[in-house]
Design a protein around this ligand. Structure first.
Ligand SMILES: Cc1ncc(COP(=O)(O)O)c(C=O)c1O
Length: 397
């Protein structure tokens, strides 16, 4: 298995670090860190407004990042790429700018019980405000969606369907295309939370067929503070603006205003310019390795970890056998927080808690889980150290 650890400066700074929390945020390759420095050292200016060379250079770098993103996910055009702060803001953008315009009392919004709070709370708020009904496709205790009564959930009243592509808690790979198709058959607008899929495998927006897709730069080697909403241009065009301010307008008078074209209509104010440029470089980095290679390395790591972990005394692993590079677990008799604290003493970083998905914890019947998640800088040796750390912790308790 190839090793990419040396591309990530954090591991030369701290060679003993075993970082198993990439579902939360990934470490950054040198290429991306250098790109941020280069931007601030050589290209920094505001975008879309300066008539001087530096401003043009900054604008070109920012718009070039939009092109890179569009190609990476096979968006129909770069104009359908809206830079946001992250997945959370992208989904809120749809809930506010589309939802507040089109959802009415009596309509139904359909999501699943497997959602991250980012793809749940915006719809709860929208349903409360508009009098719409929020419905959930259930999740079973094995971590798969219950697909047995779909016709009960999809109806002509369903105006919006939003779902997670790959679960951040269980790694579940959902039957996305089938469910999007179902939603389209009843005329619903469709949203895909791709925060945990775009960083790990090749994702084709046009092939998936959804109207909107959201993901975060920081989970795919990019800087924090930048994410993406890609959308169907026909719908984006008709939507209300999200935030109001500079750059999102066409003509402003004291009485009323008109809006700029998409995507600028949704990018009010000075955007996260350097971060968007950094995201473009992060995608260049991923492309240089190849998404299929990334997926197969992570598949190998996940398989290896599942095999080793299941032999540990008291181990309870949640979620299906086929999964992305995320494993949630508990060890009988040891609180997940104690596990994380003990592992931290050996410089092993894992995540514990409800993972911003409290309904999943309720279904599993636990207050919290421990979670390990992988990316290409991880090795089988990391997993060996982690499993050894678990054994030591168990012996202590
Ligand atoms: C599935 C999923 N959706 C949404 C989010 C929210 O992403 P962000 O915090 O970058 O907005 C996360 C983050 O963990 C996630 O895993």
């Amino acid at each position: 298995m190839p090793s990419f650890k040396s591309d990530f400066p954090v591991f030369s700074h701290d060679p003993s670090l075993v970082y198993l929390d990439s579902a939360s945020t990934t470490q950054k390759p040198k290429m991306v860190i250098d790109a941020l420095n280069t931007f601030y050292e050589k290209q920094n200016a505001n975008v879309h407004r300066a008539l001087y060379n530096l401003g043009e250079e900054a604008t070109n770098a920012y718009e070039n990042a939009r092109k890179i993103v569009a190609q990476f996910i096979n968006a129909p055009s770069e104009n359908t790429i809206i830079f946001t702060k992250g997945t959370t803001e992208s989904i809120n953008l749809v809930a506010y700018a589309w939802g507040r315009k089109y959802i009415q009392t009596g309509d139904e919004i359909l999501i699943t019980e497997m959602e991250h709070h980012s793809n749940l709370i915006p719809w709860q708020l929208l349903a409360k405000e508009t009098g719409a009904k929020l419905k959930y496709i259930p999740m079973k205790t094995d971590g798969l969606l219950d697909l047995s009564h779909l016709d009960h959930y999809f109806s002509p009243k369903t105006k919006l369907f939003s779902m997670v592509h790959q679960s951040n808690v269980l790694g579940t790979l959902n039957p996305t295309e089938m469910l999007i198709q179902k939603a389209k058959e009843v005329g619903a607008v469709t949203v895909l939370d791709a925060a945990q899929s775009v960083p790990h495998k090749s994702v084709d927006f046009q092939k998936l067929g959804c109207d909107f897709m959201a993901f975060s730069g920081h989970k795919m080697f990019g800087p924090t503070g930048v994410g993406v909403l890609v959308g169907n241009m026909k719908i984006l065009d008709k939507m209300n603006p999200f935030l109001g301010g500079g750059e999102m307008i066409n003509k402003v008078t004291l009485k009323e205003s008109t809006w700029n074209n998409v995507p600028y209509k949704f990018e009010a104010g000075t955007p996260n310019i350097a971060q968007a440029v950094g995201l473009g470089v992060a995608i260049d980095y991923m492309n240089s390795i190849g998404m299929d290679t990334i997926e197969s390395i992570e598949y190998e790591l996940t398989k290896y970890a599942l095999e080793k972990m299941k032999n540990i005394e008291g181990m309870i692993i949640y979620g299906p056998k086929d999964r992305g590079p995320v494993i949630s677990f508990n060890i009988a008799g040891i609180h997940a927080h104690d596990l994380a604290t003990f592992l931290n003493q050996d410089n092993i970083a894992i995540r514990v808690g409800h993972h911003c998905a409290q309904p999943i914890m309720d279904i599993l019947g636990v207050p919290s889980t421990a979670r390990v998640s992988f990316h290409i800088y991880n090795s089988k040796n990391d997993i060996d150290i982690f499993c050894q750390g678990l054994e030591t912790t168990i012996t202590y308790f």
